[in-house]
Design a binder for this molecule. Structure first.
Ligand code: BGC
Length: 475
């Protein structure tokens, strides 16, 4: 197999001393993702997908994927009319979206509501009360609070859940920034409906579908490009969904009416929780996990997702400080600042071009290192940020390549939502390097489905109503 083509990597005129270069290589070398490692990651991922697809429940339990039937079969066809609402809960920002369709063209209005830290770690009822009040506020701003007709609502709920019906799930675990002590084992739709009743009484909404953000992003991506068959989130967390032929789903128990496909939620952020990625986990990933909100789980997304990338970069920098390679061994506040170097900081560092170091210096200012940093320090910080970022992009693209090959079409568009993909200046190109090599028989396009996870929730509400009319089984 040919080599993975290398992106034009950082080109600064700063040349590190031989000794520093060797020490830097000694830290980055062991965490380099070689072709061999990539192939092993892909094989492990493929196996998890197959195990999760088994008809035998005991085999499925061995997988750390869910490959969950979402019951969503209908994609948009350009004839849509009317108003639909979407909710998007998964990160710190909660969104309410109104989509007004006219002859298939969607006009979208979005409003963001910020969840406080107390809410994220308090009782689940508090989260759902917040959602109910936000919907009420949103409807008021849109003049819809007294709508006579109930507005169909799609709910993006981005946590691993068992899907029992189009509008019924069971939450398996909270992830990312959510640490509510309860809610697990409960249905998010029932919790939402109870909160609406408790807090707002007669909101004119009808929750017709609940889904993962990957699913709503796929719906939104497919609205932009009919070749979009895969939805991917590269945000705080990571996950993917794809359109699967019913005839290829061994464990399928639904009807086989048209449309003979369904969206499947892979739920892949947890790949590796069963140890299948132990062969390539670095000390940095293990340390990050130890201090994370949910230790021992969501192994895969902890290698690159937005909640973690900054901390991974920081841990590598701390090692270099300890080795005396950076800041003459005195890294000041950076050494103790767990989670304080964010993925936004990494994106900013990565936005410095050529010899410019303005953005890198601005990030270092947070840690009072901007005035002491030498040109060599700045070059090393930039190189580490790039190395860890490209490493992450390669890892996630490798497993997406498995999915693309599984979908087995000449051309596939992946609709992507999430700030990591949207804002990081090198993620897209680094991912494309992998598709070029590992999915040579498919033309892969990556498109940004911006805010797709909110907008797509409203789109899925359209699917739900259509399916009801056609009598497609939805549970
Ligand atoms: C969750 C997924 C979600 C992904 C992206 C993960 O932590 O488990 O359900 O799709 O984040 O938001």
């Amino acid at each position: 197999m040919s080599e993975i083509p290398k992106l034009p990597r950082l080109k600064t005129s700063v040349v590190l001393s031989k000794e520093k270069q060797q020490k830097l290589d000694a830290v980055l070398g062991p965490i380099t993702i070689t072709e061999d490692i990539l192939s092993q990651i892909m094989a492990a991922f493929r196996e998890q997908m197959l195990l999760a697809s088994s008809t035998d429940e005991n085999v499925r339990k061995r997988s750390d994927h869910l490959m969950m039937n979402t019951f969503i079969r209908e994609l948009l066809d350009g004839t849509e009319q009317g108003d639909y609402l979407g909710l998007d809960l998964g990160g710190t920002n909660f969104r309410v979206v109104l989509v007004r369709f006219k002859d298939g063209v969607a006009a979208t209005t979005t409003k963001y509501y910020s969840l406080t830290d107390e809410c994220l770690s308090g009782p689940a009822d508090g989260v759902f009360d917040f959602i109910a009040e936000s919907i009420q506020n949103f409807l008021t701003t849109q003049g819809l609070e007294n709508s006579e007709k109930k507005i169909p609502l799609g709910f993006t709920f981005s946590f691993p859940s068992t899907q029992l019906a189009l509008n019924k799930q069971i939450l398996l675990t909270w992830t990312k920034t959510f640490k509510c002590p309860d809610g697990i084992g409960e249905d998010p739709v029932a919790m939402l409906e109870a909160a609406i009743e408790r807090k707002t009484k007669n909101l004119p909404v009808d929750v017709v579908v609940v889904m993962s953000d990957t699913v709503s992003t796929l719906m939104a991506g497919n609205y932009l490009d009919k070749k979009c068959r895969v939805g991917l989130i590269l945000g705080t967390g990571c996950n993917a969904a794809f359109v699967e032929n019913i005839s290829d789903i061994e464990k399928w128990t639904g009807d086989d009416k048209d449309p003979r496909h369904v969206i499947v939620n892979v739920e892949m952020g947890s790949t590796g929780d069963n140890g299948c990625l132990d062969f390539c986990r670095s000390e940095y990933e293990k340390e990050l996990d130890k201090y994370s909100n949910h230790p021992g789980s969501f192994t895969f997304e902890k290698s690159f997702a937005g909640m973690y990338l900054g901390e991974l970069v920081r841990l590598v920098l701390v090692q270099l400080i300890k080795d005396g390679v950076l800041f003459e061994g005195d890294g000041g506040k950076l050494v103790e600042a767990r989670w304080k170097l964010t993925t936004t900081d990494v994106t900013n560092i990565e936005s410095d071009v050529g010899d410019s170091t303005t953005k890198t210096r601005a990030v270092l200012k947070k840690f009072a290192l901007d005035t002491t940093a030498t040109d060599e320090d700045l070059a090393i910080v930039r190189e580490v940020a790039e190395f860890v970022s490209v490493r992450g992009a390669h890892i996630v693209a490798a497993v997406m390549s498995v999915l693309v090959n599984y979908v087995h079409l000449p051309e596939v568009t992946i609709g992507i939502d999430g700030s990591l993909y949207e804002k990081h200046p090198k993620f897209h190109d680094a991912m494309m390097e992998i598709f070029d090599k590992y999915s040579p028989n498919t033309k892969v396009n990556l498109i940004l489905a911006k805010d797709g996870s909110g907008q797509g929730a409203a789109f899925a509400a359209v699917s739900a109503l259509r399916q009801a009319v056609k009598g497609i089984r939805c549970s």
